[in-house]
Design a protein around this ligand. Structure first.
Ligand code: BUP
Length: 457
């Protein structure tokens, strides 16, 4: 009956890193007999987003889809910025426009699960509708704690810019200043301003749903939930690693190639959907991979937005490299099904930027990581996965582009990633814990079930 079937609106913000956990959440809610309405903006920044949305809706026709038009930002003051940041801001400041689109849905909504980056506008809408709004965080609990504290931190610019040591959030392990994303030092930066304006609304949310699990970040989760830190926050609800769902059949060459490689022999290299490395850094990585002598599958991006990524592989890597390594490795400049690659028995290690979805996907499979954080939340995330035993991180590599990481350093760390038996067994253990959390009676399943239960009338 309708009374026992909650109707939940999901509202993700821009980028695959935000869309992916929402689609996984949608599929999970459907499997728990919820009704789902998906709210997306009329145009997306990347081609990947619109492809995933269409495919997901076509395979889940029971989902109601509402697209809404986001008035564009004035181009004059935004030209220099990352297109994803512009879309964050544009969506955030227009979030209240969803009200007329969702106020007369039938059956009426029981709750909204909205991206943290639109929390402020959506919280007000939820009050009007008399329903709870849960924020969905697409990052680690560690970085979320920094976001929650950001309004205080940035309210006193001197406080942040005079710092040379750690950021101390009372009740939590200090965060090294080197892990604070550089834009946070400028309160007027588009990225910072958008996050601050939404972070102040977190206390108005009913809870914060997180793609993480108890054993992965025990300290941060318990400090917040036991009110030893950030006392104004609502409960943090770890419901991860969010289960992957079936993607479009992959016609790429890499799966047949992986099928013919020995178990755990391949290094999978990917820096997520938004990281463009410099040509010089690509060159060092290329030499490092080749010198390490491991088999590899390397996904190469050279532009922030996929639609702009038109450069030829041959121009980027040299024909001789591709020729020399053609039996050993594969380099692709295309979208792949990362979740399927990480699940493949041939993959033995993951060189990655530490986007939080990637970290959770590796955790779920117990794949050891070589963390190479590039920007945003990624250094904080790297610290978390290192501490959890999922991977290694060389802090001296800095942020993406901060310095050129050389061939020999890369070779050394890749070898460590692929040969360290202790690392391998710790990572396997993380995989077991992750699957326990999402298996029958696991902590993450219990948490989401309680939320769903509370939404039944
Ligand atoms: Br690239 C790529 N295929 O080719 P993150 C990514 N993904 O399936 P983000 C693919 O996209 P930032 C590809 O599995 C993950 O679920 C990947 O999210 C998938 O990083 C998602 O890992 C990417 O959170 O970078 O969003 O690319 O951290 O900068 O937001």
């Amino acid at each position: 009956s309708e009374a026992s079937q909650p109707h939940i609106a999901l509202f993700p913000s821009a980028g695959m890193g935000h869309l992916t956990p929402f689609l996984r959440l949608a599929s999970m809610l459907l499997s728990h007999n919820c009704m789902v309405t998906l709210l997306t903006t009329k145009s997306t920044v990347s081609a990947a987003e619109s492809t995933y949305i269409s495919f997901f809706l076509s395979t889940n026709p029971e989902i109601k889809h509402i697209e809404f038009q986001v008035p564009p930002m004035q181009p004059s003051n935004t030209t220099a910025d990352d297109p994803f940041f512009i879309q964050f801001k544009a969506t955030s400041r227009s979030a209240h426009l969803i009200y007329p689109l969702i106020s007369s849905l039938s059956p009426p909504l029981s709750a909204i699960f909205s991206d943290l980056v639109v929390a402020s506008g959506v919280s007000k809408v939820a009050v009007y509708l008399g329903i709870p709004n849960y924020a969905v965080s697409t990052t680690s609990a560690k970085f979320l704690s920094l976001l929650a504290y950001l309004p205080i931190l940035t309210s006193d610019a001197a406080k942040l810019s005079n710092r040379s040591t750690d950021i101390e959030i009372p009740g939590l392990t200090p965060l090294p200043i080197s892990s604070i994303p550089p834009p946070f030092f400028n309160p007027d930066h588009l990225f910072t301003a958008t996050l601050v304006s939404n972070a102040i609304a977190l206390p108005d949310c009913k809870g914060i749903l997180m793609n993480t699990f108890d054993c992965f970040e025990p300290e941060t989760l318990s400090a917040i939930n036991n009110k030893r830190a950030l006392r104004n926050l609502p409960p943090i609800l770890p419901i991860g690693p969010l289960e992957t769902y079936e993607l479009k059949k992959d016609l790429g060459q890499y799966l047949p190639w992986l099928n013919s490689q020995p178990a755990e022999s391949v290094v999978f290299v990917s820096f997520g959907s938004r990281t463009a490395m410099t040509k010089d850094q690509i060159k060092e990585l290329r030499h490092g991979l080749e010198k390490s002598e491991y088999r590899f599958l390397w996904i190469l991006k050279t532009k922030t937005v996929d639609k702009d990524d038109t450069e030829d592989l041959e121009d980027l890597l040299s024909c001789s490299f591709l020729e020399r390594t053609k039996n050993k490795g594969m380099v692709l400049k295309e979208w792949v099904n990362q979740q399927d690659i990480l699940a493949h028995p041939a993959v033995g290690g993951f060189v990655n930027h530490c986007g939080w979805n990637s970290v959770m996907e590796a955790a779920q499979r117990g794949i050891p990581m070589l963390a190479w954080p590039q920007h945003g939340d990624q250094r904080a995330n790297a610290e978390v996965l290192e501490k959890a035993g999922l991977g290694i991180w060389d802090r001296t590599w800095g942020w993406g582009g901060q310095r050129l990481v050389k061939t020999d350093e890369i070779q050394k760390r890749i070898s460590e990633l692929m040969t360290d038996v202790k690392l391998k067994s710790r990572a396997k253990k993380v995989g077991e814990e992750a699957r326990k959390a999402t298996g029958n009676g696991g902590s993450s399943i219990k948490t989401i079930m309680e939320v769903i239960e509370s939404l039944k009338q």
